[in-house]
Design a protein around this ligand. Structure first.
Ligand SMILES: [Cu+2]
Length: 97
């Protein structure tokens, strides 16, 4: 678990530094099945594993995931599918710029 957490921290740090030139996009998903404290980590790691995803912030109480991604490399559907495959279907709630 410790290893997973540091990998996530590393992934978000590297991601946010490299998005300056990308067609960056932020969306908010409502995430299903957020039943325990481990769920945010599962959702975060599954979404962050999608190539093109730069940053994932999961809010356990709100049951939402805010995702930054490169619009040219992936899309909201692919990110939602990755979360669904991990047992947490995600529904697009809000589309940012
Ligand atoms: Cu859980």
């Amino acid at each position: 678990m410790k290893k997973l957490l540091s990998a996530l921290v590393l992934a978000s740090t590297v991601g946010s530094a490299s998005t300056a030139l990308a067609a960056e996009r932020t969306v908010i998903f409502a995430v299903d099945n957020m039943t325990c404290a481990s769920c945010p980590y599962i959702v975060k790691s599954s979404m962050a594993a999608v190539p093109g995803v730069a940053k994932v912030a999961v809010a356990f109480e709100a049951k939402t995931a805010t995702v930054n991604f490169d619009n040219g490399r992936t899309n909201a559907e692919a990110i939602a599918a990755a979360s669904a495959n991990a047992g947490h279907p995600a529904h697009l709630r809000q589309q940012g710029s």
